[in-house]
Design a protein around this ligand. Sequence first.
Ligand code: ADP
Ligand code: ZN
Length: 439
Amino acid sequence: MSMQEISYWNREIETISSEALRKLQLKRLKETVNTALKTPFYNARLKKAGINSADDIKRLEDIHKIPFTTKDDLRECYPNGLLSVDLNDVVRIHTSSGTTGTPTVIYHTKEDIDNWTELVARCIIATGSGKSDVFQNMMGYGMFTGGLGLHYGAERVGMTVIPIGGGNTVRQIQLMKDFKTTVLHITPSYLLHIHSKLAEGEISVKDLSLKKAYLGAEPYSENTRKKAEELFKIDAYNSYGLSEMNGPGVAFECIHKCGMHVWEDAYILEIIDPKTAEPLSEEKEGEIVFTTLMRKATPLLRYRSRDLAFIYKGGCKCKRTHRRISRITGRTDDMLIINGVNVYPSQIEQVIMRVPEVGTNYQIYLEKEGTLDKLIVKVEIYSKLFTGELKELDALRERIKEQLRASIIINPVVELHEPGSLPVFEGKAKRVVDTRTKL
Ligand code: ADP
Ligand code: ZN
C-alpha cells in the first residue's frame, strides 16, 4: 500500500459527523465531570457552582455553568489536589518547568497515555508520514512533554524513532545524515539555528534526506515557516500542545497546512474574550479554553490556556471534521506595552523574517531611556553582507526599521549582528529581554 492511501489513522473518529461528535462530547463531558468530582479541588469548585453530579449537565451548552480553571488554580493544587484516581493507577507524572512559580502537575494513567498516543498517531498520519519514515525527535525528553509525547505516537505508527532529544547540534546533523532522517520534531528557532551550523560544517542540506519537520512548542510566524521550508527544502507542519492538555497532539496541521485540527473528541474547544471571558464566534481571535474529555487521572475543565488564536470557518479539504485553529499569535501574558502601544513579539518576527537578508536568529530587547521605553530589535544577517559597503548595511537597517514602524507603529532601533552572535536556545527560545522593570 502506498503512503498516499493511508490518510487517516482512525478514519471513523477523524471524519465523524458534527452531530455524532456533539453527542460523544456530551457523553464524555458528563463522565469527565464525574471524574472531576473525585478530586478535592473540583469537588469544592463544582459544588459551589451548583454542579453536584453529571446529571446537572444535560446539554453541551451547560458547560457554561462550569467555572474556568486557571494556571494559578493548578499551582494551588500542587502536588495532588487535582488527582482523581488512586496513585497506584498512575503510570506517569509530568510537571511544568516551574520557572514562573510552583510547578503544575499532570498525572496519567495507562489509559491516559494510550489515548494521548492515539492522538499523536493521528497527527503524524495527517501530515502524510508513516512507517517508512525515520523520525529524529529533537524535543527535550524528561518532564517536558514534547519529547515523550511525540515519541510514543511515532512508535505507534511504526516510524523509526531516533530519541536524541535537544541539543548537540553537530551530532544531530551527523545522525540525520547517517540514518537518513526524513522527519524532524524540533522548535522553529532551533531548526533555523541548525541551518547556520550546517553552513559551517561539511554536511549540507543536499546530503540529508529530510522531507518534513514538525515545528512547535513556541510561537512563530508564517514567514519563519516559509524560511525553514526554503532553507531545508521540506514541508513544515505546525504542532501545538500544552502540558496541561497532555502536551503535543492537541492540535496539528494536516497536509493542507491551513490551520491545526483540534481533536474535538478529546477536547472541548472554546475561544473567549480574554478580558470579559465572553465566548467568541469563529474567526474572532481570543484565548483558547480547553476541557479534557478523556483524561482519567487529571481532568481539567474549561482550562484557560492564555494562548491566543481563532477558529477557521468551514471544513478542510482532508475531510477531517475536527475544527481548525489558527497559528498561535501570542499569549495573553506576552503582550508588550511599549510607550503605551500594545505589541506582540510575533508581529515583530513576522516583519523581520520576510526580509531576505535576515538570517536565522533575532532578539527583542527593551530598556528604559529616561521615562520612555526603547525597543531594540537585534537581527542576525548573513555574513557575506558584512564584507560589503557600510552604506548598504545602513540602508538595510533603515529598511528593516521602516517596515517595523509601519507594522507596529513604534520606532525601533535596529541592530545588525553577525551569524552566531545572538543567544541560541535548544528548547523554547526566549526572544524577549525586558530590562525595563529592573532598577
Ligand atoms: P510552558 O511553556 O507554559 O512552561 P508547556 O511546556 O506546556 O508549558 O508549553 C505549552 C505552551 O507552548 C503553549 O501554551 C503555547 O504557549 C506554546 N506552544 C506550544 N506549541 C506552540 C505552537 N505550535 N505555536 C505557538 N506556541 C506554542
Ligand atoms: Zn485537514
